[in-house]
Design a protein around this ligand. Structure first.
Ligand code: EPU
Length: 337
């Protein structure tokens, strides 16, 4: 564990934004984490996980605490299921791959999501019909004030669409150290209703897919429209899909009867933000190195040297155009600093 000064955070955020950290320290174990939490006041620290859900618009004048705890272990097992613990600093997709190699089922739809395990409960990551809340048993976290450890079961986390208690009531109060998943060993329950998964499996002529087949299908779909952060900086979906009333949907349908939507309840629906943005004409928009991805308008991209402020400007333009055209306010999913 070593304290570095004035280092670039470019390798530590998937947008690839080049801002500096006044001080930087990476912790590999819970003991090191506790030592740092004892040494610094909470207000002096800026906690960084996988850097996959943030847009940095300025230098960080605090000490950046890089939570890089490693390890994967089976904590309980029966003939049907397994409880697997992954520490916060494990790369999400490497962990999914580990589970697939061991034929543990449940995470296959969440293949290739950028980021680390520790931040997955904060925004309740989700894709292709599965959310983290469906597979998490509990997570462990350290209270930044008292330094005591607390176990949060799924029911405690107030999980919602890209939302949890760690984003609201308990924001910045806990550091998640590990997440425990309940995964199947036999009779895997597949989630292949999501349209594009079926299409992908059909194109490969797979009629009774394994969890590994589902993972490969998800990877193929993601690679066809989502940019690889190693090639083009991005943070996945920059906005949430807005939930609107049936009345708002009907107004959109007057001009666009084909608008895609998913029913939430009797009164409201979710409309894909990517579709709304595309209809404003901004899909593929680029100013300097900041832009709207050409294959999925929900994703903002850094083609190389864009600053966080430039990406933020593009996000403001997107919000403004969607508001003007549809009178719908887009909400940012990514954390902006
Ligand atoms: N669409 C367009 N134009 C676009 C993008 C999308 O018309 O530029 C339309 C599509 O044709 C489709 C609909 O919008 O009819 C939905 O598109 P897609 O299946 O690509 O999913 P999404 O709603 O845009 C959400 C998640 C993604 C997740 C996918 C698949 C959010 C904010 N995003 O995107 O999550 O991978 O569903 O489950 O809910 C992420 O959170 O970073 C992320 C990538």
């Amino acid at each position: 564990m070593k304290l570095e000064k004035d280092i670039s955070l470019k390798p530590y955020n998937t947008f690839g934004i080049d801002v500096n950290a006044h001080q930087f320290i990476s912790v590999q174990t819970e003991e090191e984490l506790l030592e740092i939490l004892r040494r610094f006041y909470a207000s002096e620290l800026f906690v960084l996980g996988g850097g996959s859900n943030m847009l940095l618009t300025q230098n960080i004048n605090k000490t950046v605490l890089h939570v890089n705890l490693k390890g994967i272990e089976v904590v309980e097992e029966s003939s049907e299921y397994v409880l697997v613990k992954a520490y916060a600093g494990e790369n999400w997709h490497d962990f999914v791959s580990f589970c697939l190699e061991n034929d543990y089922g449940g995470l296959e739809n969440l293949s290739l999501i950028p980021g680390n395990v520790g931040t997955s409960p904060i925004q309740n990551i989700g894709a292709y019909g599965v959310e983290l809340k469906d597979v998490m048993e509990y997570c462990e976290a350290i209270n930044r004030q008292t330094l005591s450890k607390k176990t949060f079961y799924t029911k405690d986390c107030k999980f919602g669409y890209r939302d949890s208690i760690f984003k609201s009531k308990l924001k910045n109060q806990f550091i998640i150290t590990s997440v425990v998943f309940k995964l199947s060993k036999t009779n895997h329950q597949l989630h292949i209703d999501y349209g594009s998964i079926q299409t992908e499996l059909n194109s490969k002529k797979i009629s009774s897919p394994s969890i590994q087949d589902v993972s490969k299908a998800v990877i193929a779909i993601r690679q066809s429209k989502l940019p690889n952060p190693k090639e083009i900086g991005n943070s996945g979906s920059f906005f949430k899909n807005p939930i609107v009333s049936n009345k708002v949907l009907e107004t959109v349908q007057v001009e666009y009867p084909e608008v895609p939507f998913y029913k939430i309840d009797e009164n409201s629906v979710k409309i894909p933000a990517g579709w709304l943005i595309e209809k404003t004409g901004l899909k593929g928009y680029r100013k300097g190195d900041a832009g709207v991805h050409a294959k999925q308008a929900l994703v903002l991209v850094n083609y190389g040297e864009a600053s966080g402020k430039e990406i933020k400007e593009v996000s403001k333009l997107v919000k403004k155009e969607v508001k003007t055209k549809f009178n719908i306010a887009l909400e940012t999913e990514v954390n902006v600093f």
